[in-house]
Design a protein around this ligand. Structure first.
Ligand code: AMP
Ligand code: GLY
Length: 423
C-alpha cells in the first residue's frame, strides 16, 4: 500500500513513523515533509495548501490513502476533492472541518448540540463588538473567526486590550478575512486537557487523554506557541471518565453533523478546560494535535492503517483501538527566539544516540536533510518523546534523550509533565 501524508511538522513525522510500521504499507510519501519524514519515506515538494497539486499527484501515483496532518488542507476541501476522484482520505469534509475553520460555526454547533462551552456572541461589525465588550467587562476572550495560524485568540485582562484586539482583527485586518467576523466569549479559568477520538461519522474510538504546554516559558509563562511539549495520559482526565466525557463533548457533535448530512470522519479533538463546573470545550480541532500526536502515537498499539480505513468506511465499531498502558512524554526542542524570530540552518547531532535509549523516539519538526545531515529549518525543531511505566519515568527518559541532542541556540522547557506529577 502507498500512503501520502500531508504536512511538515512533528505530527507528520509521527504519523509517517507509525503508518510505516503497518505490514500493509510499502511506500510512505510526505508532502512537503521534513528531515524526519525523509528518513521514513520520500518527501514530495508540494505545499499542504495546494489542493489541486496534491490530488493530481495522488492520482498519478495511484496512492491508496491520503492522510491530512494539519487543518488547512481539510478546510480547503482536500477530503472532498480526493473523494470525488475515488481516493480514500483520512480527515473530515470541508463542511465538517469548519468546526476548526470557523470559531462562529463551531460555537453555534456546540450551542445547538448542548455541549458545555463558554457563553459567546458573534460579531460582524466593530462597533457592536466594542459596546458588547464594554457592557460585559474584563477578563474577556476575543477570537478571530477564521484560521489565524494559532494567533487568533486573545485572552484580554482589560476591556481596552479586548477592544484593541477586535480592532486589530476587524479594522486593521491583522488576519485578513479571517478576522472579518469575531467571537467574543466569557473567560474561563482552569486546567486544560486534550481529548481526541477517531470518528467514522457515527461511532467514535477514544484515544487516551493528553495535555499540551502552550506557553513558551516554564510555569506557563510568556507568549503562546504551537505547543512546547505534551504527555499522555493527563491525570486531570482519568480513564474512568473517558466514556462519560466523550458522551458530553464528542457524541453530540457526531449526531449534529450526521443529522446535517455531513458526518464527521477523522480525528475530533476537543480542547477542554476543567472549570469549577466541570469540563467545558474551548475549541475543537479536526486533526491530531501537535505535539499531542507524538506521545499518543507512541502509545497506540493497533495498526493505524486499519483504524483510518475503518473511519473512512464507517466501521469503527468492528475494530479495536488498543493502547499501551505506559505513559508517554514529549519535550519540544525549539530554536531560541521562537515563537518570535529565530535562527535556522543549525546542524543537529545526537539524534541516533537519543533514539537508541529504551522507549525513546526523537520526532523531527522544523528540520531538513542537507548533504546527509539534519539541520534546523523551523521554530519547533524536535519533539523528543519517551515511554515509561509512569509519568516520572517517561519524563526522566525524555529529558535524558534531550541531553544527548545538540544544536546551537536550542531551547526547551524543563517542566514538561510537572503539572501531571504535582496532581
Ligand atoms: P483556542 O485556539 O480556542 O483553543 O484558544 C487558545 C487558548 O486560549 C486555549 O488553549 C486557552 O488557553 C485560551 N482560551 C480560549 N478560550 C478561552 C476562554 N473562553 N477562557 C479562557 N481561556 C481561553
Ligand atoms: N497542540 C495544540 C494544537 O495542535 O492545536
Amino acid at each position: 500500500m502507498k500512503i501520502l501524508v500531508v504536512g511538515s511538522g512533528g505530527r507528520e513525522h509521527a504519523l509517517c513513523w507509525k503508518l510505516s510500521q503497518s505490514p500493509k504499507v510499502d511506500t510512505i510519501l510526505c508532502a512537503p515533509g521534513n528531515g524526519g519524514t525523509a528518513q521514513v519515506g520520500t518527501n514530495i515538494p508540494i505545499k499542504d495548501d495546494d489542493i489541486p497539486a496534491l490530488v493530481a499527484y495522488a492520482k498519478s501515483e495511484a496512492v491508496d490513502l491520503v492522510v491530512a496532518g494539519p487543518e488547512l488542507p481539510l478546510v480547503l476541501g482536500l477530503q472532498n476533492a480526493l473523494t470525488k476522484e475515488g481516493i480514500p482520505c483520512f480527515g473530515p469534509s470541508a463542511f465538517a472541518a469548519n468546526l476548526e475553520g470557523s470559531k462562529a460555526f463551531s460555537k453555534n454547533v456546540m450551542h445547538e448540540s448542548g455541549v458545555p462551552t463558554a457563553s459567546f456572541r458573534v460579531f460582524d461589525e466593530f462597533e457592536a463588538a466594542r459596546s458588547f465588550i464594554e457592557e460585559k467587562g474584563a477578563p474577556i476572550v476575543v477570537k478571530a473567526d477564521g484560521l489565524a495560524a494559532g494567533k487568533g485568540v486573545v485572552v484580554a485582562k482589560t476591556t481596552e486590550e479586548a477592544i484593541g484586539a477586535v480592532e486589530e482583527m476587524m479594522v486593521k485586518k491583522a488576519f485578513s478575512s479571517a478576522g472579518d467576523r469575531v467571537v467574543v466569549e466569557e473567560c474561563m479559568a482552569g486546567e486544560e486537557a486534550s481529548f481526541l477520538a477517531f470518528c467514522d461519522g457515527v461511532n467514535y474510538a477514544l484515544l487516551p487523554s493528553s495535555q499540551d504546554h502552550k506557553a513558551v516559558g516554564e510555569g506557563d509563562t510568556g507568549p503562546n506557541t504551537g505547543g512546547m511539549g505534551a504527555y499522555s495520559p493527563a491525570p486531570i482526565l482519568p480513564e474512568e471518565k473517558y466514556e462519560e466525557t466523550a458522551e458530553l463533548v464528542i457524541r453530540p457533535i457526531l449526531r449534529h453533523l450526521a443529522a446535517k448530512g455531513e458526518p464527521f470522519k477523522g480525528i475530533l479533538y476537543a480542547g477542554l478546560m476543567y472549570t469549577e463546573n466541570g469540563p467545558s470545550v474551548l475549541e475543537y480541532n479536526v486533526r491530531f494535535g501537535d505535539p499531542e500526536c507524538q506521545p499518543l502515537l507512541m502509545r497506540l498499539e493497533s495498526d493505524l492503517v486499519d483504524i483510518m480505513f475503518a473511519c473512512i468506511e464507517g466501521r469503527l465499531n468492528e475494530i479495536e483501538v488498543k493502547v499501551r498502558p505506559e505513559t508517554a512524554c514529549g519535550v519540544v526542542m525549539a530554536a531560541e527566539g521562537y515563537p518570535g524570530s529565530y535562527p535556522k540552518g543549525m546542524e543537529i547531532s545526537g539524534l541516533e544516540d537519543a533514539d537508541a535509549l529504551e522507549g525513546v523516539k526523537a520526532f523531527q519538526a522544523g528540520t531538513q536533510l542537507k548533504d546527509g545531515k539534519v539541520v534546523t529549518s523551523g521554530g519547533r525543531v524536535l519533539c523528543v518523546t519517551a515511554l515509561g511505566r509512569d509519568l516520572k519515568e517517561a519524563q526522566t527518559r525524555a529529558y535524558e534523550a534531550v541531553g544527548k541532542i545538540h544544536f546551537d541556540k536550542s531551547y526547551y522547557r524543563r517542566d514538561i509533565g510537572d503539572k501531571g506529577l504535582n496532581r
